[in-house]
Design a protein around this ligand. Structure first.
Ligand code: NAD
Length: 486
């Protein structure tokens, strides 16, 4: 399949979705969405103002109690239908993701599968929300616990997985009985908008899912966080913005789920299967052109195997085809925008100034689009900025270590704590690493940790709360307890 087989622009609405109606923004304002593989404009999308956002919250609040009272089975079946609809339209939706975000079509198909699975998973979780009835230790009373939806929730999502980051939030919100206002990233609003259509077609009532793309996220999100009717914020994005929103959310003491940035170590220990490690590195580094919060950011490789690992990784990265994500045979698409490309180039230049060697890549090809060549850097000094900052690009930065103990200490030398990857043949070493790594997720001999049925999330500056798994729905539920005297 190529992108030309579908016209992605007929796929999605370009208006705001408020109270079940597609409408333009206040004063008919719009903003442009760009194709990162050419830099040219794709279309104009309605630009929500703070007043539009409050209208969306009005719609969410109006139906919150009726929505909370629907049968869990009904909500479950809506999600199941939405899953089926996404799968039926998978190729068309994948084309849209590639168009607005840039990733190769095969990866976009993977994203649609992953995104749809959240709807199916939470359709199954919707009917498994339990309470308890137990005796107080004194024997004098009974304790009844039930779970209730938190209430109207604001879902703020990033551009890197424009469909999956929305379904990972809206799936559990719908399952739990919360109404929502979705604020997608301004670079990629179209995927969220088509999801709004799919949810409506699946029977989700007017007002439950409201979508407000905007070119002014600060203004819109600030207005919503300042409204005492909002009960929850679920945010995925950078640590910097996450910290700002947490402080704003403190005013109304909102429930928070924060999925923030990572600085994930990828450790290759002396006894690792090097072929498997290179295979894992390709996924952990190259998926989404490196623009993933769980991308490998620091390759920490034992000196005894460093040359072999580096040679093989260099050969693999050097053979990748870079180009527009919609073209046949392309492995690596563009970065999201010029600012992102400049950041990546700046980190590479800083590392080479500090003594790193470029094994392959290290530059941006000329021509249209925000491409950056897959790059391997060796001998990166520990002080280089690339060790501290999230790269968010196709650059593998390698440092060597003399002992496995030293590697584990270096892995934790970061304020972030999202994911880590360990390659070793020793089960004991692997399990000790799981215990000692300061992060929320560990890949053992595996370069991919994202899994719908597992709790995704971080510790330290990588965030709070978990998405997916049986934990995910609890982010949208609060526990109520009744003390009962019989
Ligand atoms: P970002 O923080 O710039 O933007 C994320 C969202 O916040 C967007 O919707 C944006 O419009 C909005 N936003 C930006 N500034 C805002 C402000 N001042 N007030 C209110 N809203 C604002 O992040 P990004 O560049 O879109 O995404 C990349 C970041 O997301 C990376 O750091 C990545 O690690 C992180 N991420 C984390 C996860 C995870 O699950 N932990 C998943 C994907 C991405």
């Amino acid at each position: 399949m190529t992108i030309a087989e579908h016209d992605p622009l007929t796929t999605a609405s370009t208006q705001l979705l408020i109270g079940g109606k597609w409408r333009s923004g206040e004063r008919d304002a719009t903003f442009e969405v760009f194709d990162p593989s050419t830099g040219s404009s794709i279309c104009d999308v309605a630009d929500a103002s703070a007043n539009d956002a409050i209208a969306a919250l009005d719609a969410a609040c109006q139906v919150q109690s009726a929505w909370a009272a629907t049968a869990p089975r009904e909500r479950s079946e809506m999600l199941r239908r939405a899953f089926e609809l996404m799968m039926t339209r998978r190729d068309e939706l994948a084309s849209l993701v590639t168009l607005e975000m840039g990733k190769p079509l095969a990866e976009s198909i993977g994203e649609i599968n992953y995104a749809a699975e959240f709807l199916r998973w939470f359709s199954e979780e919707a009917v498994r929300v339990h309470g308890e009835y137990r005796m107080a230790p004194s024997g004098s009373s009974k304790i009844l616990t039930t779970r209730q939806p938190v209430g109207p929730s604001l879902l703020v999502t990033p551009w890197n997985f424009p469909m999956a980051m929305v379904t990972r939030k809206i799936g559990p919100a719908i399952a739990a009985g919360c109404t929502t206002v979705v604020k997608p990233a301004e670079q990629t609003p179209l995927s969220a908008l088509v999801l709004g259509e799919i949810l409506r077609e699946a029977g989700v009532p007017d007002g439950v899912c409201n979508i407000v793309p905007t070119s002014r996220p600060q203004e819109v999100v600030t207005a919503l966080l300042g409204d005492p009717r909002l009960r929850k914020l679920s945010f995925t994005g950078s640590t910097q913005v996450g910290r700002l929103l947490m402080s704003q959310a403190a005013g109304n003491l909102l429930r928070l789920s924060m999925e923030l940035g990572g600085n994930n170590p990828f450790m290759v220990l002396a006894d690792a299967d090097i072929e498997a490690a290179v295979e894992g590195a390709m996924v952990a580094k190259l998926r989404n052109m490196g623009q993933s919060c769980v991308a490998a950011n620091r390759f920490l490789v034992h000196a005894a195997v460093a040359e072999e690992f580096s040679d093989r990784l260099t050969a693999r990265l050097g053979s990748l085809r870079v180009g527009p994500g919609g073209d046949e045979g392309v492995d690596v698409g563009p970065l999201i925008d010029e600012a992102q490309r400049q950041r990546v180039a700046g980190l590479v230049d800083d590392a080479t100034r500090a003594g790193a060697t470029v094994r392959v890549g290290g530059s941006a090809p000329s021509g249209a689009g925000y491409f950056y060549a897959p790059t391997v850097l060796e001998d990166v000094s520990s002080g280089a900025a690339i060790n501290r900052e999230e790269i968010f690009g196709p650059v593998a930065s390698i440092r060597t270590f003399a002992s496995d103990e030293e590697v584990l200490v270096a892995a934790n030398e970061t304020v972030q704590g999202l994911a880590a990857f360990v390659y070793t043949r020793n089960l004991g070493t692997a399990l000790r690493a799981v215990d000692s790594l300061e992060c929320g997720m560990v890949g053992i001999n595996r370069g991919l940790v994202s899994e719908v049925a597992a709790p995704f999330g971080g510790i330290k500056h990588s965030g709070l709360g978990r998405e997916g798994g049986s934990e995910g729905i609890h982010e949208y539920l609060s526990v109520k307890y009744a003390a009962i005297q019989i």
